[in-house]
Design a binder for this molecule. Structure first.
Ligand code: ZN
Length: 120
């Protein structure tokens, strides 16, 4: 758990929070949507180890899946490719999180700004 500073630290204004989010976005590298799946499979050959008891499955195999226009696209990846993808996928998740925070902050701040302007 991170140290708690909520009570001692000075209140950070909306503009400073917005700048912090913008800076965080600038540090991100490639952002790749979709998700990575690691799977083990049986080949179906009766004499193979994957059909033994207990089974020893083949793999790991890596797949990147991504939804395009409602359809799921699947691409097989090597272990090296999967390693690279992991960081890009993490960056994409982080970007979405930052954008969500930016929206929440902006809603709050713009409501405040609009509220401060008296209606005609
Ligand atoms: Zn097999």
């Amino acid at each position: 758990m991170p140290p708690r500073q909520a009570h001692s630290a000075p209140r950070v204004g909306g503009a400073a929070k917005l700048q912090a989010l913008q800076r965080a976005i600038l540090t991100l590298g490639f952002v790749r949507p979709g998700s990575l799946v690691r799977r083990y499979m049986a080949c179906g050959n009766r004499s193979c180890r994957c059909m033994a008891r207990p089974p020893r499955l083949h793999g790991p195999y890596y797949q990147w899946t991504y939804k395009v226009a409602g359809k799921t696209k699947t691409v097989r990846l090597s272990e090296g490719q999967a390693q690279l993808c992991r960081e890009w996928l993490r960056n994409h998740k982080q970007l979405k999180r930052l954008v969500r925070h930016m929206e929440q902050l902006s809603l709050r701040e713009t409501d405040r700004i609009l509220g401060a302007i008296s209606r005609q």
